[in-house]
Write a protein that binds this ligand. Sequence first.
Ligand code: PMP
Length: 312
Amino acid sequence: MGFDEMDVSTIWMNGEYRDWEDATVHVLTHGLHYGTGVFEGVRAYDTDRGPAIFRWEEHLERLYNSTKPYDMEIPYTREELTEATLEVIRRNDLDGGYIRPIAFYGYDSLGVSPKDNPTDVAIAAWPWGTYLGEDALENGVDVMVSSWRKHASSQIPTNAKTTGLYVNSMLAGEEARRNGYVEAIVLNKEGNVAEGPGENIFMVRDGKLYTPGLSQSILDGITRDTVITLARERGYEVDDSATISRGELNTADELFFTGSAAEVTPIRKVDNVVIGEGTRGPVTEELQSAFFDLVERRTDDHEEWFTYVDEQ
Ligand code: PMP
């Protein structure tokens, strides 16, 4: 669904609340030409206590950390960005949804060096359903191993959530979709499994979980961390610095993606090879329900991960 079909009204931009259609930039914006922006994707969930933002502090921390390689300064404090986010959710009357903070080099000159360009900052929020399709959470998705490789972290910092990085994600995802798959798995430069275009990946084998380590050119996903925590709390052993070869994907008992947008999505087939029984596996199902019980607050666990919009 496009933004024009949504009932949304307000975006916070550079210190002010603007009407949705007025949150615009000049066509000579540095970030538009060179991909020099950093951003976050965050979800708020509809709970008994109103909308609750999931792991807001960690997302904010990652946003500020993402600016560091680019010597970019966000001219607002964490408190100001938090207040703006809460107010954007309220003004758009959202029960839950997706939150998109972004900071990018703005308009001044167009040398590759951003020297005197300001850092523009915006926060938008809108309703957003299941990222990989309606039945993806239950039945899983069919994916292909992309012919595109991830950037090595010696080429571009893959642990910073940079707008320009997503050209690679788009190429991989669209290649998969052109070939009839829902999503891609992207290998790193060494040819080992890195992640999805916008998701981390987990493998289950003999009751143990494996996920590529941070040195494998992945984003340090917050949902990845959540699922590792939930799994360990339930007694699972998790190798969170695994090296997973392409062939191991095919012989896995279960595979699933994690991400703020994708949540916990089972993978049914890789390159048309059926994974496990070809349905959502039991470990995936257990962790997926634990995840949704957590974020929709059917449990009191991990209160520290939630920011209740109506109570701030
Ligand atoms: N990897 C990439 C490349 C992503 O874009 C995302 C989505 N932010 C993730 C992993 C998952 O990260 P998170 O769980 O923090 O959303």
